[in-house]
Design a protein around this ligand. Sequence first.
Ligand code: GAL
Length: 460
Amino acid sequence: METYPARFNTFAHTHTPQPQACDTPPSNVQHPVMEGRMRFSTRAAFAAAGVALALVASGCGADDGNGSSGTGSKQVEVFTWWADGGEKAGLDGLVTQFKTDCSQYEFVNGAVAGGAGSNAKQVLASRLQQNDPPDTFQAHAGAELTDYIKAGQIEDLSAQYKEWGLDSAFPKGLVDSLTVNGKIYSVPANIHRANVLWANKKVLTDAGITAAPKDLAEFFTQLDTLKAKGVAAPLALGKDWTQQMLFEAVLISDLGAEKFTGLWNGKTDWAGADVTKGIEDYKKLLSYSNKDRDTFDWTDAEKMVMDGKAAYQLMGDWEAADLDAKGFKDYSYSVFPGNGNAYQWLADSFVLPKGAKNPEGTKCWLKTLGSAAGQKAFNTKKGSIPARTDAVAGDYPAYQQAAIADWSKGVAVPSCPHGSACSQGWQGAVASAQGKFSSDGDVAALQTALVAAAKQYAGK
Ligand code: GAL
């Protein structure tokens, strides 16, 4: 059985910094019940099954509403892409805890809007290149974080892990994804699930659909039913990275969890017939989606579901928090059809960049983020489950309680668009191939591009 760490320690820095100014819009568990409280262990899930496992800068040197800008010794600029809705609600929860735990410091909101960091990552790359890092930034655990480590852009936090007792707070597999050459570089805030199918209950009921689709065949049948009932685009979809997510969910169904994971560690051949079948199934799914998908962020696609214009959307579980934040209640969720117990994970983590202006303030942010109180303040609002293994499931909303249970029984598989599976260079190559496919639908050309991307970036 393969181990988790081996898979994630072999990636190199591959992203190309873009010359974008900060204020310039880019172009384009086991669950032992202890004393009546339910606890859960993410360690078990990571160890399982070969691991198994319009730019709105609210932002960019802007303050938290007090009118100040820039960073000084008291200020801690926190760079994320959590600018609205449930994402902002999660960040706000953490900031409240920071204000309590680190009252000597001032939070400065460096958020750059755009799902999955589509704008923020370019701005960040530019700032790092210009030696103007924020005090801390959001980076995904796994290969994406390894990019920054290999580039020498972030500090070793091993001493802080010991000092704050974090060594044993997180699942070993997760800590391994934050570690290179024995040094730990980041503090994880959460574990998100990517492969979730969200639905508008009324749209389904009106079409006579009473249960979530179990597999792809059933999904296609339901989508046909919805179309026949007049729902022109029953599957809401957005641009590049959201298409990558949908494609990966299809691949998990067609290849199974283990072979899917193998795509990222060299054990599964991208040129295989099962990948071809996956691309064909994905192409068929595109035919049920909105034609303007390439202009949509995930929240635009989500709005189609909320407005009853679409029935379904494949999206990560930040959608639970966002629907809640927007007051939309008539939704249901299920694992993507055919994914079984595969839990496609990703984790937001925060770092101490080299050259940060206020490293002590950053450490206070990181300590808060890693604490039980910080993880609760953040994750109860963000839709994710806490990375800490000592969290109490009963403290969380219904969606997260279900996710905690699924995680304990699940097989962890990684995500490329959210950095747990692949480097930023690989992400970019896949995104551009998917973008082309969205217009030309050329199955062979997409597969050739995916084979070439794996050849270029696997192990880097
Ligand atoms: C992911 C991130 C999540 C959520 C999502 C949509 O990359 O890890 O926390 O923000 O993007 O923007």
